[in-house]
Every structure is written in C-alpha cells, then in structure tokens.
Design a protein around this ligand. Structure first.
Ligand code: SAM
Length: 220
C-alpha cells in the first residue's frame, strides 16, 4: 500500500491525526529531501527508514519502492511541504504504482494554493491552478492566452528568485490596475496577504524589499 500523505506547509500544528498515525504505522517513508522530512518526523517523535525520492530519481528508485510494495511493505510518500503531487515530483511513482495494481491511498490536508484561495477574497467557485509558470517560450504563450481568455481566478506558485520577474510579466500582459493577491509565508510566523493592483503590489515590494523573501502564492 502506498500512502500519499500531506504534511504542513509551514505550521507543524497543521498535520492531521491520520497523517501522524499513518507515518507511525508504515515501514518506509519516501521523501523529497530527507533532511527536511527528518525535522518534521523528529518533531513528532517518528523514527523510520527514509528513502529519498525527488525529481531526479530515476526508474531504479521507483522500482525500489515497487519492490517494497511487492513484499507487502507499507510506504508513505511525503514532500517537503503540503500535498505531494501539487507542483512536486511524484507523478511517475504514483502512476507506476497504480499500473502495478497496488493501492494508492490519499491522506489529505493542506496545499498552499487552496490555503491562499481560502483567504484571498477573490471568487473561487472556479479557479485555474497553474503551479509554477513555465520559464521559457511557453511563458509568453500562456500569459498571452490568459490575458485574452481568463475568466476564473488564476493561482500560481512563485519562489523568491522569480517573484519580481513574474510581477513584471503580469504588469506587461494585464492592466496595471488588475487586482492581485499575494499569499506569503502562509501558516508561518510572518504570514501575510498583500492585496491591490499589480502596480500597488510592485510598489509595496519596492518600498519593502525585505518582504521579497521565501514563498509566495499569486492569485489574480
Ligand atoms: N506541495 C506543495 C503544496 O501542496 O502546495 C507545493 C510545493 S512547490 C515545490 C513549492 C511552492 O509552493 C513555493 O514556491 C510556493 O509558491 C508554494 N508554497 C509552499 N508553501 C508555501 C507557504 N507556506 N506560503 C506560500 N507559498 C507556499
């Protein structure tokens, strides 16, 4: 059995009772970065064999997990934060596990996109989740299409390295007055929602450059 276990996106109190039970019960925990997961597991006094499994893990790693499942072992999959699969590199393992006829069980809870949407104040009956915007040629195509066709709230992820570039691209493809919301450091000590026009948000970061740190969800 392979469990896809959501872990907190910042605040460790956000872990669920079921996630804790499953992490204690399984034989192995596959994780993106063993150092990051070790901190989480230590906090909850969970000691397990960890297998690193990340975007560069090849077929050999997937086969290793499948071998464990064949030997009736229980494996939990966690990412560095939030729900594995949501802009994380788990797709191949889950696909191959399903194809090998093993059960895949979701242990759900939090994801940064939904957390940001819930307090955005934007319409969220329908939304379009795009994860990280592509970096190269598809970026322009996608932004052009969004500026022409977008009807629902769009959610994207952004890192500290590209937040300014992405805001500047949004300013190019949308009106300066287009309203956006940025969820920053969600569930953490310095959680912040920044709301306003693209231009106002850029101005805010210009005046408060130290706020250009850590992790962001952009909604527009
Ligand atoms: N699996 C995660 C989830 O369920 O949301 C997403 C992982 S993705 C590799 C990392 C990106 O998620 C960050 O660059 C940021 O855009 C977003 N993110 C994750 N945690 C966040 C937080 N606490 N506050 C704001 N954004 C966050």
């Amino acid at each position: 059995m392979l469990y896809i276990v959501s872990t907190p996106i910042g605040n460790l109190e956000d872990i669920t009772l079921r996630a804790l039970r499953i992490l204690k019960e399984v034989d192995y925990i596959a994780c993106e970065d063993t150092r990051t997961s070790w901190v989480l597991l230590k906090h909850f006094d969970i000691s397990k064999s960890l297998i690193s499994f990340h975007s560069h893990s090849g077929k050999a790693k997937t086969d290793k997990v499948l071998d464990m499942l064949k030997n009736w072992k229980k494996v939990a999959l966690i990412s560095d934060a939030g729900t594995p699969w949501i802009s994380d590199p788990w797709y191949v393992l889950v696909r191959d596990t399903i194809q090998a006829w093993f059960e895949v069980v979701p242990i759900p809870w939090v994801t940064a996109a939904i957390t940001a949407l819930s307090c955005s104040g934007l319409p969220i009956n329908h939304f379009l989740y795009l994860g990280f915007l592509p970096l190269k040629k598809w970026r322009q195509t996608l932004l052009t299409r969004l500026s022409e066709e977008k009807k629902e709230t769009v959610v994207i992820y952004e890192s500290v390295h590209r937040i300014e570039k992405t805001l500047s691209d949004l300013e190019t493809y949308f009106w300066k007055e287009h309203q956006i919301v940025i969820g920053r450091e969600l569930t953490k000590k310095f959680e912040q929602f920044i709301r306003g026009s693209i231009w106002e948000v850029q101005e805010y970061f210009c005046n408060n450059p130290w706020k250009l740190k850590w992790e962001f969800v952009i909604l527009f």
